[in-house]
Design a protein around this ligand. Structure first.
Ligand SMILES: [Zn+2]
Length: 292
């Protein structure tokens, strides 16, 4: 118990120092070669990243940053507050539309400090970290949408793609904290995690490769190539790529439930249960949940 608290505090300190460094620096990460778009986001708060995008069977459409209640939350870029209200799921939540077409979401806030229609600047305080709505620990749930937020969150992209490309150096990977209370508390019971897993799309950023994307989304290079009908390994900046969440499978021609079960190391009855299938028939193109 004591040991993990110590480890958690060390991790917090690391996250803090790196976070501060980051918040104080305006770095352009995703400049495209044709200069169409310059994404210049900063971190929304300082804390420990307890969960990343695309986890929980692809149902987690943002990142979770655990931090003490009252910690400042800032707008990641200039924009206009399009929504600021209390939701039973998101809790106190602020939606900001940015000039470059992105929309960001800041959920479970303790306090909202901006009203709908307000113009905000990058780094401006918009609220504080809290535990409101369907959340059971103080943390910020942060989403980035390439386009408008929608109910299905089809435009959601991995915030790390726009906050930075040097992923491993500035956030604490949650894996080793998966057993800790903080991790479980901070990442539990947000209603948006109960949505059915869906295929989502990402936009290729400078520095991405099929290999790094496959690693990030815990899928294989061959899978990304087949979902997108790519014949070579090269991808270009701004290319839209389809990603099937880990633990999901798209039914192909010639598949049977038995074949899919065997390939994914599970059983036919489990697949039927997870997907609410009444009989053994499956249709080509159906997205099935096959595991975690
Ligand atoms: Zn979350």
């Amino acid at each position: 118990m004591y040991d993990y608290i110590k480890r958690f505090l060390i991790a917090m300190a690391v996250a803090l120092s790196i976070g501060i460094l980051f918040i104080g620096t305006r770095v352009s990460f995703a400049e495209t070669s044709d200069n169409y778009e310059v994404v210049n986001f900063i971190w929304p708060t300082v804390g420990l990243v307890t969960d990343t995008f695309g986890t929980r069977n692809g149902k987690h459409y943002g990142i979770d940053i655990a931090a003490p209640r009252g910690t400042t939350v800032v707008s990641v870029s200039d924009g206009v507050v399009v929504k600021s209200y209390y939701s039973t799921t998101y809790g106190n939540v602020v939606f900001i539309e940015h000039t470059d077409g992105y929309e960001t979401v800041y959920a479970h806030l303790h306090k909202r400090l901006v009203e709908e229609g307000a113009t905000v600047y990058q780094g401006e305080e918009i609220g504080t970290v809290g535990n409101t709505g369907r959340s059971s620990g103080d943390h910020l749930h942060f989403e980035v949408h390439d386009g408008n937020w929608t109910m299905s969150k089809k435009n959601a992209i991995d915030p790390f793609l726009v906050i930075g490309d040097n992923k491993d150096s500035f956030f604490v990977l949650s894996d080793e904290y998966a057993d800790t209370e903080e991790y479980q508390v901070a990442s539990a019971y947000e209603e948006h995690h109960d949505q059915p897993s869906e295929v989502f799309y990402i936009k290729v950023k400078k520095g991405d490769s099929l290999w790094s994307l496959a690693k990030g989304y815990q899928v294989s290079v061959d899978e990304i190539k087949s979902w997108n009908q790519l014949s070579s390994d090269s991808i270009v900046v701004n290319q839209r790529l389809k990603i099937v969440p880990k633990g999901s499978y798209i039914v192909q021609k010639g598949d049977t439930l038995w074949k899919i079960a065997e390939q994914s190391g599970t059983s036919v009855s489990k697949i039927k249960k997870m997907n609410g299938l009444k009989d053994d028939r499956i249709q080509i193109g159906t997205l099935l949940t096959v595991g975690n």
